[in-house]
Design a protein. Structure first.
Length: 267
């Protein structure tokens, strides 16, 4: 294996300090590598004019599709599409099609609180505050902590889950109980549950998060509250300065409370 250059190592360290995800880091490194290879020089020896030239290459080669530039830049962004949303009935069918208690509870929590997959798997038992009606999400995207509402039905489900599974540190531990459940387990469960429930949509953990936000909007929840619950502070300039109190978060009803969900998988 070739040794990592000091410049590449510095970039990796800078991205790690800023809590960029591994996928984002790979994407950024790939882009810089393509930029460097195009000019045949180290990126620290390239300037603004080189950036402009590379951008023009992208414009003529990709945007205009000129055949005289055969090489295409990999991992180009696809056009933005509307996210897949599940109806309330589909949420129930989907979650009840997950046979594992631990995985079903993790996915139910992701929907009930609008969590990212990484946030759901990294929940700790101590993050569930039943008395205050709050779930504490630690080190979310961008390293930010936030509070989200703890659904009354979710609390009941978590109590049943806790009595049966007895998690100690991680709310959803992996096979090695000193580590959280692997996020790939959730992804795999989503694919299987979709097929089992007969849902003809591509459903991921993020689909549950999109559905959470959409269902809240449809029920009349203020968009500013939803922005805070999702940990989004860049949707608008106003959102950056909007602060929602814990009292308001506690009083916001999770969409899960409008559904009837079987807690323990049969069998």
């Amino acid at each position: 294996m070739s040794e990592i250059s000091p410049l590449r190592r510095r970039m990796i360290d800078d991205m790690t300090i800023r809590n960029l995800s591994p996928a984002t880091q790979r994407s950024y490194l790939h882009a810089v590598t393509k930029f460097s290879r195009y000019f045949g020089r180290s990126p620290d020896r390239l300037g603004l004019e080189d950036v402009r030239a590379f951008a023009l290459r992208f414009f003529f080669g990709i945007t205009l599709g000129h055949g005289e530039i055969p090489e295409r830049i990999a991992y180009a962004r696809t056009p933005a599409k509307l996210p897949t949303i599940l109806s309330g009935d589909e949420i129930v069918r989907f979650l009840e099609a997950v046979p594992s208690l631990r995985t079903r509870t993790a996915l139910t929590t992701a929907y009930a609180a609008g969590l990212r997959a990484s946030e759901a798997v990294h929940l700790k038992v101590r993050n569930i505050d039943g008395e205050r009606g709050i779930i504490r999400v630690e080190h979310g995207k961008g390293g930010k902590d936030r509070n989200v509402m703890l659904s009354a039905q979710l609390l009941a489900i978590l109590r049943v889950y806790w009595r049966l599974a007895r998690p100690e540190v991680w709310l959803f531990p992996g096979r090695d109980e000193t580590k959280p459940i692997d996020v790939q387990v959730l992804y795999s469960a989503c694919r299987s549950a979709c097929a089992a429930a007969g849902i003809d949509k591509k459903v991921t953990v993020h689909t549950l998060r999109h559905s959470f936000a959409t269902h809240l909007l449809e029920s009349g929840t203020d968009i500013r509250i939803i922005q805070v619950l999702l940990g989004h502070n860049n949707l608008s300039t106003t959102a950056r300065y909007t602060k929602v109190s814990d009292t308001l978060i506690r009083s916001t009803t999770s969409p899960l409370d409008r559904l009837t969900l079987e807690v323990v998988p049969p069998g």
